[in-house]
Design a protein around this ligand. Structure first.
Ligand code: OGA
Ligand code: NI
Length: 363
């Protein structure tokens, strides 16, 4: 989510999805209708009786490092990162009130009249503010989603004009929430380092003053959910992503596993964590940044609050020496500056795992 210059690209008229369903509840404009092969077919849960993303218990990871519970959970974590790139974390220690408070102001924000939300516009070619990101042409299909995104940390990436004055406690709640999520990311990175046999401070030392951004995604109901996508397939450019689904959320997030879209079933008070492109590169592909997307629901809206945690823009990224072996596991990615990667990521449309082509060494 690096700052981008305001450009003069033509992206056509982008209809606000909430306004659209108010005026024409049963109409899905052409620009939202996906090609047959990308449609968000609602996967029947019955067809995936055994496929669930792993659940990691943070309280067990926090046990003394010699304790069986800790060791077992580290093993589970390493399998989750290797096989799934996704897991849900329970007993994460973030107070219920903090989680509820951010959800409340996010919901209130999206429920405000459009005129109010338009005071914080996401300009074409930028990724902060209210609107749709990743749109770069007039014929590009649109996601069935309204987004509000903000850079949070370090303060230099903030655009204070985009921090809303309404709802009243929005900024205060976002600050409180972001502090807690930052602590959680630091803890998780420590355990991820341990699971790789590395010094537990390895990522923290490498990342410097980590960059943190938040995106709130609001998916209104859609009369033809099978024709549209809530969010196009993509991997995240971050190191780690933390996704909070609103209370009693319906299923919406799907991840691509063995060529099948597997739904992530919301667990009460769990947070969904996924490995971003940066950790994939650093681990030379051992831990995967898995492609995912969001689908919509015919009757119910869905709200997610997503935090992207990444190294400082100054940091040079390349596969870590410990995870490269010229004979058995050759280096799969070139080295690059993380700021350049962020710029590349936000200046291209979301398209599966294509963004990582930036770094992939092709043999
Ligand atoms: C994202 C994302 C999924 C969701 O914002 O990067 O993958 O369910 N969101 O909102
Ligand atoms: Ni994502």
């Amino acid at each position: 989510m690096g700052p981008l210059p305001i450009s003069s690209i033509r992206i056509g008229k982008i209809e606000d999805v909430q306004e659209l369903i108010k005026s024409k509840p049963n109409k899905v404009p052409e620009r939202f209708i996906r090609e047959a092969n990308e449609r968000g077919l609602l996967v029947s849960l019955k067809t995936h009786p055994h496929q669930h993303i792993p659940v990691i218990d943070l309280s067990k990871l926090s046990e003394p490092h010699t304790h069986d519970d800790h060791l077992f959970e580290i093993l589970k974590l390493s399998q989750a990162c290797e096989d799934w790139g996704f897991f849900q974390v329970i007993n994460h220690g973030i107070e219920v009130k903090v989680v509820e408070d951010i959800e409340k102001v996010a919901k209130e924000f999206f429920e405000m009249p459009l005129e109010e939300k338009k005071k914080y516009p996401m300009e074409p070619g930028t990724v902060q503010g209210y609107g749709q990101a990743f749109i770069f042409s007039e014929d590009q299909k649109l996601d069935w989603c309204n987004m509000f995104a903000l850079g949070v940390h370090p303060p230099s990436i903030r655009n204070p004009k985009l921090w809303p004055s309404k709802p009243a406690r929005f900024s205060e709640n976002l600050e409180g929430y972001s502090k807690e999520i930052r602590k959680l990311c630091k803890k998780l990175l420590k355990y991820i380092a341990i699971s790789l046999g590395l010094n537990e401070e390895r990522f923290e030392e490498m990342f410097g003053e980590a960059v943190q951004a938040v995106r709130m995604n609001y998916y209104p109901p859609c009369s033809s959910p099978d024709l549209v996508l809530g969010l196009s397939p993509h991997s995240d450019g971050s190191a780690l992503t933390v996704l909070q689904q609103s209370k009693n959320s319906c299923v919406g997030l799907q991840i691509l596993k063995d060529n099948t879209w597997v739904p992530v079933l919301p667990l009460p008070s769990a947070l969904v964590i996924n490995i971003g492109d940066t950790i994939e590169v650093l681990t030379n592909g051992k831990y995967k940044s898995v492609e995912h997307r969001a689908v919509t629901n015919r009757e119910r809206e869905r709200l997610t609050i997503v935090t992207f945690y990444a190294p400082n823009y100054e940091v040079e990224i390349e596969p870590m020496g410990e995870l490269v072996d010229d004979e058995t596991n050759p280096c799969k990615y070139r080295s690059y500056n993380h700021g350049d990667y962020s710029y590349h990521y936000v200046s291209n449309k979301l398209q599966g795992k294509k963004s990582l082509d930036f770094a992939r060494i092709l043999n």
